[in-house]
Design a protein around this ligand. Sequence first.
Ligand code: AMP
Ligand code: GLY
Length: 432
Amino acid sequence: MKVLVIGGGGREHALAWRLAQASRVSRVYVAPGNGGTVSDERYDCIDITEPAALREWAIQEKISLTVVGPEAPLAAGVVDEFRAHGLRIFGPTQAAAQLESSKAFSKAFMKRHKIPTAEYEAFTDAAAAHAYIDAKGAPIVVKADGLAAGKGVVVAMTAQEAHEAVDFMLVDNKFGVSHNDGGARVVIEEFLQGEEASFIVLCDGKNVTALATSQDHKRLLDGDEGPNTGGMGAYSPAPVVTAEVHARAMREIILPTIRGMEKDGIPYTGFLYAGLMIDATGHPKTLEFNCRMGDPETQPIMMRLKSDLFEVFWHATDGTLDQVELQWDRRVALGVVMAAHGYPLSPRKGDRITGIPAEAPDAVVFHAGTTMQDGDLKTSGGRVLCVTVLADSVKLAQQRAYEVAARVRFDGAQYRKDIGFRAVHARNAPQA
Ligand code: AMP
Ligand code: GLY
């Protein structure tokens, strides 16, 4: 069977890597892929991104199964396009992907279906937004309504910061957010305290299978300082998700979401990623939904997955996920993102990368913003690589990951030195 992975980041590299090990898979195509997939004979890279053209190519090539990595093609309706032509594809439809692509949609959905989340209001009028901030006070969170590659959120510790965020989101659009129909809109919501975790499940429209838990590190700098990014590193499992928190997240968030979407006439298929904020009493609330896997969470999760990923997707696209029980490596997986100079605001491209060690059973360097240029590997995006390892403890995983990262060289490389720090001190026994 030939499979296609849509996307070109670290998440897609990790999905392609795991799919290439599946027994029924003869060939893995990645569209468009990156410098890592193009220079590896296990994959073929296809330089097509437009949904209809990709669908045409998939028909010609007799692709048996397609998996979508990033949110943009989902929001553009690639799943609808493939399905309309009888192709098997795993992901949410354009309508279902609104859970991620529109904060206003997902917040209204959660309110309607009583899914725990921060209190909020949505605004198109700047004056009304400013008045709301004055009434509520800081800390408060301002979010752009539209896809912003993880950058459209300002957690304002002062009212001043919140007012500024409203101005540049509604008035100046400084982040370059692609706004939804009806123009610029912001969601302003209650600041939630606690510890975050990524809770990702597979859905076939009805049945749900949870992936191993994970935790991402969204801030650029050690100790969770500096600006928000797409994610600077992740590890699995996340000790903050105890068996009890896991059960609550399924019962109070995931299942009501799947049932709610079904009830609203938009059955949900694909990965569903709930970003959770878990308070001191173990009560999880939804920070956001993503309609895809996390990046970089996917990299450690794929390192731990022992089940045949192709068979899992086959069941997920047949509506028989209830027959799947995922098997996980009991070890800890940990991924350290190496980012380009200037990331996240203005990542520099074109720096030459050297020293990436060959893949080992316990260490894989997944590529993201890389490209092959005249036989040289060069940086071509913000998050460049994700050094991902397996080890018996978080501490050992850190040691191993940083040992590998130290060998990789490119000018301006930045990476956090503390990935997994919360788990090192955690006393909880995590759920898978
Ligand atoms: P989002 O893209 O909505 O997940 O937001 C990005 C990051 O902003 C999250 O991972 C949190 O760290 C932070 N954040 C978002 N919403 C809130 C909130 N209501 N309270 C506290 N922090 C938040
Ligand atoms: N790592 C966070 C995300 O993929 O949204």
